[in-house]
Write a protein that binds this ligand. Structure first.
Ligand code: ADP
Ligand code: ASP
Ligand code: MG
Length: 449
């Protein structure tokens, strides 16, 4: 048979990621197993059972502080939760025994850190146990049901480089090797979130990073589609945890989705859109509890002329540098930005005037050093506890009126900064954290109702 040089046997495959609540109990895991058993070969990325990574973070904190008894208490409660899941998940004594063995070995491993030196290296190893354990339990469930499944260890192919960026070539090559090795299996299970770093140590893609795993895998195998299965029917037009009556958006462009994810829509990890966008692979956000709901389709298609959604990013610090003498003289902004660069601190928003420049950051690790350095160039004011509210849509200047509508909606809320025109897709407002709820509600009621 003729095969063109670009023939890729895996490019009809889908990548499906199931988040913590989707595998949060034995019942949920059984539901996922049913949902993925449709005869098509696929890669399934699993998070840890919900709450696990939070508990592992707590354990790590206790171990750093040498509070071994507290650590053991959390380990015991995790063990109980997983053992209960094992009892309800499997039908046979053989697999219940295997499942108990898995739980004992992973939690026993975590327990072993309570007697030794605890560093970042051990912390990352502890954090990885959630995904490792959950995926192994799920894999055994498929085996018990005689499904042709394989477990692809993420630690054998998912890698970040010295800049903490994904090593895409390494991922592609090593994943291809595993897919070839398991070419007859229908369901290929792997772990989200965890990876190795440039030194080969266990690391992770940051909290919520399983979405990122799915899109990196999708891009690496040239998948037909990436599906993010979670506990809600797609991207809503505002934060459903804060605003009542939010609605699911049927279609989003990659750019809109990236803005919403970056500015706080928790349903998607901030970095997860880019790999899919670059490889032009559609991403579907779906609800495990309502598998027939249409959810949200993210693609390169941009719906014209609309305000799509609102999101909010917390824990923002605003820094204002005032310098009547130097500001807007050429070279001044470069000097300011270089200070942030030297502390590896990204800037989110920027606004300027003749006498000052305001920027926001979401990482205060080097705030003191940054402020000390900035003082060379003028007076510096810092406001913590700020929130960026981001309104996303097709907001091109050719369709006037959107900025007015947005500002009208928040007319009673004090605005610290406004940013418009950075892209065609976003208007950002910086407000005090105490006004967040009122701002989100006012925007929903004026823009969407
Ligand atoms: P998972 O564990 O499956 O990764 P997450 O908790 O990370 O799930 O993300 C899903 C949650 O994101 C939803 O339960 C919802 O509360 C929250 N969320 C925040 N903003 C939005 C939004 N704009 N649209 C949908 N969900 C959102
Ligand atoms: N389990 C990890 C977390 O809770 C990764 C994820 O769920 O995406 O952050
Ligand atoms: Mg998530």
């Amino acid at each position: 048979m003729f095969m063109p040089a670009f023939y890729n046997p895996e490019n009809n495959m889908k990548v499906l990621k199931f988040g913590g609540t989707s595998v949060g109990s034995a019942e949920r895991m059984k539901g996922v197993a049913k949902l993925i058993s449709d005869g098509n070969r696929k890669i399934v990325v699993l998070s840890a059972m919900s709450g696990t990574t939070n508990d592992l973070e707590k354990i790590a904190q206790c171990l750093y502080e040498k509070r071994h008894e507290d650590a053991n208490r959390v380990i015991d409660s995790l063990e109980e939760k997983y053992i209960n899941t094992v009892e309800n998940l499997y039908d046979t004594d053989e697999y219940r025994e295997k499942g108990r063995g898995l739980v004992k070995s992973h939690l026993g491993y975590i327990r072993s850190f309570t007697i030794d030196l605890f560093t970042v290296f051990e912390e990352k190893t502890v954090l990885a146990q959630g995904e490792l354990l959950t995926s192994a339990m799920f894999y055994y469930y498929l085996l018990e049901r005689h499904v042709a499944a394989a477990l692809l260890p993420a630690l054998d192919f998912m890698r970040i480089n010295t800049n903490n960026e994904p090593d895409t070539e390494y991922i592609k090559d090593n994943l291809a090797g595993l897919l070839k090795k398991y070419s007859n299996e229908e369901i290929l299970i792997t772990q989200g979130y965890i990876c190795r770093n440039a030194f080969g140590e266990i690391d992770n893609l940051q909290r919520g990073g399983s979405d990122y795993t799915a899109s990196l895998i999708g891009a690496a195998v040239g998948a037909e589609e990436i599906q993010i299965w979670t506990d809600i029917d797609g991207m809503h037009n505002n934060d459903p945890r804060i605003v009542e009556g939010t609605r699911s958006i049927s279609e989003l462009s990659f750019d809109e989705a990236a803005e919403l994810a970056y500015f706080g829509a928790k349903i998607l990890h901030p970095t997860s859109v880019l790999p899919a966008k670059l490889a032009n692979i559609p991403v579907r956000l779906l609800n495990t509890m309502k598998p027939d709901a249409p959810g949200t389709l993210i693609s390169s298609k941009q719906k014209k002329d609309r305000i799509t959604a609102v999101a909010a990013k917390d824990n923002i610090t605003a820094i204002k540098i005032k310098s009547g003498r130097m500001l807007l003289a050429y070279g001044f902004l470069r000097k300011v930005f270089e200070i942030f660069e030297s502390y590896k601190t990204p800037i989110d928003m920027i606004t300027t005037s003749e006498v000052g420049v305001s920027v926001t950051i979401d990482n205060n690790e080097h705030l003191k050093e940054i402020v000390d350095d900035l003082k060379k160039y003028g007076t510096v004011d810092v406001d913590e506890d700020q929130v960026i509210v981001c309104v996303v849509g097709d907001l091109v200047a050719e369709h006037p009126g959107y900025a007015h509508k947005i500002l009208e909606a928040v007319k009673d809320i004090p605005l610290r900064m406004i940013s418009y025109g950075g892209s065609n897709y976003n208007v950002s407002l910086l407000i005090n954290a105490r006004d967040k709820e009122a701002a989100l509600k006012a925007l929903s009621s004026k823009l969407f109702n």
